[in-house]
Design a protein around this ligand. Sequence first.
Ligand SMILES: Nc1ncnc2c1ncn2[C@@H]1O[C@H](COP(=O)(O)OP(=O)(O)O)[C@@H](O)[C@H]1O
Ligand SMILES: [Mg+2]
Length: 227
Amino acid sequence: MFVTASGTAVGKTFVAAAFARALTAAGKSVAVVKPVISGFAWETAADSDTAVLLKSIGREPTRDAIVAASPWRFEAPLAPDMAARREGRSLDFDALVRFCRDAQRGDGDLLLIEGVGGVMVTLDDRHTVLDWIAALSEPAPDPAPALIVVGSYLGAISHALTAVAAVEARGITIAGVVVDESEASTVPLADTVATLKRFLPGLPLATVRRDADAEAVLTALKPVLGA
Ligand SMILES: Nc1ncnc2c1ncn2[C@@H]1O[C@H](COP(=O)(O)OP(=O)(O)O)[C@@H](O)[C@H]1O
Ligand SMILES: [Mg+2]
């Protein structure tokens, strides 16, 4: 499953880690990768998305484990193409797709791929995250349905519907939409969810509250899993 979002800092890591933690506790074999990470520094690696994800499946976030789960690490907290350019580098899109394809060939119960930023953040001069998801969504060998995390802040509805429209326009299968309650939102969570339900009929919708624990996130995600 490819975990993407309507924007940055919306809750991809929070939702993915809670989900992975609960499934791991239930005895499932879950793998996690965060192939592209910007704003990364070794001094703060213990708090990185990669470390959070590794810990959620009971793995030590050692240097080797972080390098293996996040081969494309950039220091600047910018879109990957900009962050890479700052370092005189560029992200090799084909290598990124190959890396994920290899991860998909693992034999666990579930692979979670956390994207970067929102659905159309730029990866290099030509590709956005949408191209990345599309490349992994082709029938063979294993399609990666998108899980789209959105917020509940004022403005989140437009961001959510725009993200869904962009993903659908590429023919990518959407596993579901997760409304992750935004901090100090002025908009009631239930109203946001009700509105999204009306505008996204037929798409599984999950609600995750502030500080939800892993079990609560797993329960919320059940409809998304088709369970
Ligand atoms: N439901 C939630 N309850 C409490 N904190 C949350 C929740 N969702 C996200 N956060 C926190 O908000 C911040 C941004 O979320 P994060 O998952 O890192 O976003 P993203 O991965 O999309 O950039 C993190 O500090 C995260 O722990
Ligand atoms: Mg994240």
